[in-house]
Write a protein that binds this ligand. Structure first.
Ligand SMILES: [Zn+2]
Length: 346
């Protein structure tokens, strides 16, 4: 589409976290704005070294850029703080719009800013690019976005990135050209990891490749030591829940999640580990052990699976969902973890 100069004004990139939506949108932004464009296999490519490519690439580390923007806002006076929305802009023609904390939604002022600036002509490049990195829009924001999508200027491209496109209004989706990312096969992720995480051995690569669900960005950035710690705790929690009696081990485990600045992240990791173990248990009791992701602890999973049934796994999954929504409302984490494990007793 770029080669034919027919690139759509609104593109919806859909797929799992870490699958490459943001990476691809910034690659396209560079191909659109590179100062020394050339062709690879007869298709538009970018040099990666001109000032436009370099500046756009600075936005690649989205997490760090967002943290910087949030920190800058925190340092403001209260009145300014309220009026300042979070953006990432490392190049004048490429604006990244992430969800705005603490609600982590895209807000109406963020969309209004796009409306107010989208008609400026490109300053340093050929196309202006707007990237909304999340599909969680406040209702008014979604309605405002709809207005831009109705009549975007010729030189603008809007990317909407969504894990689940169903989160977006149907009227928004219908105005976008939609692309869905399919997960990479485990072997491909494994191969990529051999290059990008050479410190991992074959077994570690295999585990991470399986855990990533085919999302290579997720695989590359996984902190394996952290995952092992969370998974160990998750396993202890499930074991304690299925083997009634002594709960001292359980309370010892959840105690570690009680306080501290990293408490929420730590609990998030624990919940993710719990989900992945429950999925594996489901695979085991369904007689499909080849689907197990945590294959390195197959023996533990097998003995745990003997203690539970389908009903129990469903119940546990539902309870995890409740803990997550409780966390959003700031309900005490460790208490809900205790309650979670106790409620699953057989
Ligand atoms: Zn370039």
């Amino acid at each position: 589409m770029l080669a034919r100069d027919r690139f759509p004004h609104a593109v919806l990139l859909a797929g799992a976290h870490g699958i490459g939506k943001y990476t691809l949108s910034l690659m396209l932004a560079r191909a659109m704005n590179c100062l020394q464009p050339f062709k690879t296999d007869d298709l538009p490519d970018y040099c990666g070294v001109c000032s436009n490519c370099l500046r756009i690439a600075e936005a690649l580390d989205l997490e760090t850029r967002c943290a910087e923007a949030i920190e800058a806002r925190e340092a403001m006076r209260d009145t300014d703080k309220r009026e300042t929305r979070i953006f990432v802009q490392t190049h004048p023609d490429v604006l990244v719009v992430p969800p705005d904390p603490p609600q982590m939604m895209i807000k109406v002022d963020q969309v209004r800013y796009v409306i107010n600036t989208i008609h400026y002509k490109p300053e340093k490049g050929r196309r202006r690019v707007f990237i909304f990195t999340d599909s969680a829009f406040i209702k008014e924001a979604a309605n405002a976005l709809l207005k831009i999508l109705e009549e975007p200027p010729d030189y603008a491209t809007i990317f909407l990135l969504a894990r689940n496109p169903g989160d977006l209004l149907a009227t928004i989706r219908s105005r976008c050209v939609q692309f869905r990312f399919t997960p990479l096969p485990v072997e491909e992720v494994d191969k990529d990891l051999a290059k990008h995480r050479p410190e991992w051995n074959a077994n570690q690569r295999k585990l991470v490749a399986r855990l990533s669900g085919g999302a290579v960005g997720m695989a590359r950035s996984l902190d394996l030591a952290e995952y092992m710690q969370s998974r160990g705790d998750a396993l202890a929690l499930l074991n304690s829940a299925t083997q009634t009696g002594d709960h001292s081990m359980l309370f010892q485990t959840t105690e570690a999640y009680r306080t501290g600045a990293d408490g929420k992240e730590k609990t998030d990791r624990l919940l993710r580990a719990l989900y992945s173990l429950l999925e594996d248990l489901l695979a085991v009791i369904s007689g499909m052990p080849e689907l197990v992701r945590n294959a390195d602890i197959a023996a533990d999973l097998k003995s745990l699976a003997m203690m539970v049934d389908f009903q129990w796994i469903m119940q546990a999954t539902q309870q995890l969902g409740q803990i997550q929504s409780g966390m959003r409302r700031n309900v005490l984490r460790s208490l809900s973890l205790d309650a979670f494990a106790l409620s699953l007793e057989r």
